[in-house]
Design a protein around this ligand. Structure first.
Ligand code: GRF
Length: 196
């Protein structure tokens, strides 16, 4: 199986996925894709001999479908079987999510269905949650929705800030996402639960 990883930022989840795709893993990275040429993940992929694709969303303005058509066109030569969103910060429309239905997964830093969207760590603290974590799910047209493939949780500490919590959840993400991709690439959708 060939995996395209979409990033907009530093790409630490992307690195965790790539590092795991060796040996008997059923998949290999075929491309790292970004809407930002200066995404840290793009530089790392280039340095590690992985093909990169940059499609800047800005020239397309509000025309999300045209941006997504450009993404799909750029993907053709890399022929991914699976797309992993890893901190890709553009909302995808139903046209794109339907095209990749059952073949595209995302990691989100909350215990879905809680806290879709941004600022998840601050929202968990605000709500006084005692546990928080991350979720890997199949991507559908609704933001941070779709069948859950895995969740990892940890205890919120009394002196946590949004930043300390985010840092610990990110470490959990690096365990959960590779574990889920390994199964997903082998067509195993049995849910994974991790506790940190
Ligand atoms: C992660 O917290 C991911 O869950 C969120 O964006 C962050 C990306 O971090 N959607 P990185 O680029 O993988 O380091």
């Amino acid at each position: 199986r060939r995996v395209a990883i979409f990033v907009s930022g530093g790409g630490s989840n992307m690195r965790a996925l790539v590092d795991d795709m060796t040996g008997d893993h059923p998949a290999r990275p075929c491309a790292v894709v970004s809407n930002k040429a200066d995404a840290g993940g793009i530089k790392w992929a280039q340095d590690h001999g992985i093909a990169t694709v940059v499609v800047d969303h800005r020239p397309y303005g509000e025309d999300r479908a045209a941006f997504e058509d450009a993404l799909n066109a750029a993907l053709v030569t890399h022929a991914p079987d699976i797309i992993c969103l890893a901190g890709f910060m553009r909302k995808l429309t139903g046209g794109f999510t339907d095209h990749w239905a059952g073949r595209m997964i995302n990691i989100h830093p909350s215990l879905l269905p809680k806290y879709r969207g941004l600022h998840t760590h601050a929202r968990a603290l605000e709500a006084g949650d005692t546990r928080h974590g991350c979720t890997v799910h199949e991507v559908t047209a609704e933001l941070d929705d779709g069948p859950v493939l895995g969740q990892a949780s940890l205890a919120v500490l009394p002196d946590d800030t949004a930043d300390t919590l985010a840092a610990r959840v990110l470490m959990l993400e690096h365990q959960l996402y590779p574990a889920v991709l390994r199964r997903f690439a082998a067509d195993d959708r049995q849910r994974i639960t991790l506790e940190g």
